[in-house]
Design a protein. Structure first.
Length: 86
């Protein structure tokens, strides 16, 4: 179990935390696990989030790779379906 001491200035800073998200996920820079972030990410609306997610850069890179691999799988599936029809 992890513990972290967070000051009130971290919680109530309007620039870093405009929506006053008090989730423990945010405090550990794991916003990529948040339901709201995941929904926005897969709908490609991550830039429109009001909460300014705190996520480690390597996690964002992994999510981008997942997005790219899903796109490639979809293209392969489309090609296979067309081939099966012929």
């Amino acid at each position: 179990m992890k513990a972290k001491v967070v000051s009130s200035s971290d919680l109530f800073d309007k620039e870093k935390n405009p929506t006053l998200c008090l989730s423990a996920i945010r405090m550990f820079n794991n916003c990529h696990k948040c339901r709201i972030f995941r929904t926005a990410w897969f709908k490609r609306r991550e830039g429109k989030l009001k909460c300014k997610p705190q996520t480690k850069p390597e996690k964002i890179e992994l999510l981008k790779k997942i997005r790219q691999l899903r796109k490639e799988l979809q293209e392969l599936n489309t090609a296979l379906c067309k081939e099966a029809e012929d």
